[in-house]
Design a protein around this ligand. Structure first.
Ligand code: GDP
Ligand code: MG
Length: 175
């Protein structure tokens, strides 16, 4: 039977410097680039296969420039799934996620929005500032899966995007 190609809008959110651009580039282009302009916000289209189904992801790599509040509301509204990224080496980046999540829930007026929590820079274990069990606990209370990733070593990069994509597919299947 013919299945139209699905398309989902995914938004990558998190504090500056946690590795949003590196994660996105690893996923979309399979490349590690040491440094990106932290102010650049861009979107990427990529096709993936999830459980035998072709899905196009439109990924917005945000740059958290707060001066455009209206635009921020707009992309939160148009986003269907969200990666909430922090760095395991930065406690403040972890604390910021709660606010981001509240913003998403407020704008979307829906507490079942697909979200994946990502503790990036897992290769920096010796600089860990966020306890794994604690992060896991928070993710569970949000009903979101938790992964520790490394854009540098390309660990769990595909997994976080695919998990989100799978959540989006299941949600649509249920509608
Ligand atoms: P963004 O502001 O969230 O988009 O962060 P970037 O993707 O620009 O990355 C910020 C800095 O963190 C850069 O210097 C990257 O090289 C570094 N970085 C990103 N991901 C990782 C990672 O998984 N491990 C390590 N060690 N460094 C990373
Ligand atoms: Mg960036």
């Amino acid at each position: 039977t013919y299945q139209p190609v699905r398309e989902y809008h995914v938004v990558v959110l998190g504090a500056g410097g946690v590795g949003k651009s590196c994660l996105t580039a690893q996923f979309v282009h399979n490349e590690w680039i040491e440094s990106y302009d932290p102010t650049i916000e861009d979107s990427y289209r990529t096709q993936v296969t999830v459980d035998g189904r072709q899905v196009v992801l439109e990924i917005l790599d945000t740059a958290g420039t707060d001066q455009f509040v209206a635009m921020r509301d707009l992309f939160l509204k148009s986003g269907q799934g969200f990666l909430l990224v922090f760095s395991i080496a930065s406690r403040s980046s972890f604390d910021e996620l709660a606010t981001l999540r509240e913003e998403i829930l407020r704008i979307k007026d829906d507490d079942t929005v697909p979200i994946v929590m990502v503790g990036n820079k897992a290769d920096l274990e010796d600089q860990r500032a966020v306890d794994r069990a604690r992060a896991f606990g928070v993710s569970r209370s949000w009903n979101a899966p938790y992964y520790e990733s490394s854009a540098r070593t390309r660990t769990n990069v595909d997994e976080v995007f695919i998990d989100l994509c799978r959540q989006l597919c299941r949600r649509e299947d249920k509608l």
